[in-house]
Design a protein around this ligand. Structure first.
Ligand code: MN
Ligand code: MN
Length: 464
């Protein structure tokens, strides 16, 4: 049951569409290096395409009718979009979900210090990273600093050509005999991820003169004091833009494919959907997946259910039972990246049930670890419906497990949505070097994911 490579089937016109979609995606991730930046872009795109803020509609007491488009920005970190369908909401929605947070290094609350006339920011990594991969490379600083007066300063340093960048140093090989005998987990320790941000002392200071100079720059450029770090969210990410990869330009090398490579086509499928759908359509872009979907902006929060309740009350006479039915009768593609088979590490995979670059959008019936522990195992009947939709729409797809049995595992947001009783399956794009500072995807897989999402929005219906 080998799946075909998607590239072989493309016409000249389709190749152009693959490339155009890849360009638009690169623009999205170049401007979306944090969950907040992704939400900003999504909100701008939604508004430009006729979506209205559901909170404003609720405040006005306005109704939502079939064909109307609404969105909800949740704390600037998660985002939801809906297109109201012709049928009652209680018949369920067609939902696309993906996450917009990515593994990275966060700045601590009391971060700034000086050591031997070098100024540093102390950090705490976020998500599952191989710490040794993040040293000796150009890094950028993104985020917000919230001041006591309620104002918020936005920070993005290291992306523009003329910007400075930052770096975490590594030990030279000449002196690394001891370091090189350590295992990969401890070769760079979490507390060694200290970001260098300056080395020029302020003339008038004697003690911690470099730190004083850095504080002077922060005051002058951003109007912030050292104490403002207490209420800041600053994220350290690889500096620079997404790049075409390979002589044939078939791949994209970039930071944060996990999971913006699923979030972008999900969002774009809702934006590009034309007309009034049969069932209400929804796209959820959520935060905190990389640390377990916890917190007020993670999928485990009730924010999604609450917003659907608001939507319900704008569309029909609100009823608790109706809301429960709307959620239970829904169909969802929970999209997250899958591990692409890597010939350099072949033994980590089982070849018949692995995802391959270029073979289309990937479906994981289950994820989890060991004996499927923690997995949301999609129903066979639901998978059959999805197969029919994709084959009818000519979408290239493949199925996979995350690596070989008993080697490791992982989870996504699927099981949290499955709590409502809805049909949900993990789908997404295969990635090489997942969670590394630069990850690799195939442009064909990105395009097939987009085609898949459009077909799903149009054709998914109650199962059975
Ligand atoms: Mn992910
Ligand atoms: Mn991940």
């Amino acid at each position: 049951m080998e799946r075909k490579n998607a590239w072989a089937a493309y016409s000249r016109a389709e190749l152009d569409r693959v490339e155009a979609f890849a360009r638009a995606y690169c623009d999205f991730i170049d401007h979306g290096k944090t969950e907040r930046e992704c939400v900003q872009t999504a909100e701008r795109a939604a508004r430009a395409n006729g979506y209205e803020d559901i909170r404003r509609l609720v405040a006005k007491g306005a109704r939502v009718s079939a064909g109307d488009r609404v969105y909800c920005n949740w704390m600037n970190k998660s985002f939801m979009m809906f297109i109201a369908g012709r049928r009652p909401l209680s018949e369920g929605m067609n939902i696309l979900g993906a996450h917009i947070d990515s593994p990275r290094i966060d700045v601590k609350q009391n971060p700034l210090y000086e050591e031997e006339q070098i100024a540093y920011l102390d950090t705490h990594y976020y998500g599952g990273i191989k710490k040794y991969q993040w040293v000796a490379m150009p890094l950028a600083l993104h985020g917000v600093i919230a001041r006591k007066d309620g104002s918020v300063v936005t920070v993005a340093i290291g992306e523009d050509e003329g910007d400075p960048v930052f770096c975490i140093s590594d030990l030279l090989p000449h002196l690394a005999q001891e370091q090189m005998t350590k295992d990969a987990k401890s070769v760079i320790e979490g507390e060694a991820l200290n970001l260098i941000i300056g080395s020029k002392p302020a003339a008038e200071e004697e003690k911690d003169a470099v730190k004083a100079a850095i504080l002077g720059i922060l005051k002058e450029k951003y109007g912030v004091e050292e104490e403002d770090f207490l209420s800041a969210e600053l994220e350290i990410v690889p500096a620079g833009k997404a790049r075409d990869m390979g002589l044939d330009r078939s791949m994209i090398l970039a930071y944060g494919h996990d999971d913006r490579v699923c979030a972008y086509p999900s969002m774009q499928a809702l934006i590009d959907f034309e007309g009034t759908p049969e069932y209400t359509l929804c796209c959820i872009l959520t935060d905190k997946e990389e640390i377990g979907s916890v917190g007020a902006t993670g999928m485990d929060s009730h924010f999604f259910e609450n917003v659907v309740a608001e939507l319900y009350s704008c569309m029909e006479d609100y009823s608790e039972l109706g809301l429960r039915r709307a959620l239970a009768n829904s169909r969802m593609l929970s999209s997250d990246v899958s591990a692409a088979f890597d010939p350099n590490f072949a033994s980590a995979f089982e070849k018949k049930n692995a995802a391959y670059l270029g073979r289309g959008v990937c479906f994981n019936k289950y994820t989890g670890s060991r004996g499927k522990s923690g997995s949301s195992d999609a129903n066979a009947e639901y998978i059959a419906c999805i197969r029919r939709i994709l084959d009818d729409a000519g979408v290239a797809f493949q199925t996979a497990e995350l690596g070989r049995v008993d080697l490791g595992g992982g989870g996504t947001i699927a099981y949290m949505c499955a709590k409502y009783g809805m049909n949900v399956i993990d789908s997404g794009v295969a990635v090489l070097s997942m969670h590394a500072p630069y990850e690799v995807i195939s442009k064909a897989d990105l395009y097939e994911a987009y085609k898949c999402y459009l077909a799903f929005l149009r054709d998914a219906a109650p199962v059975g």
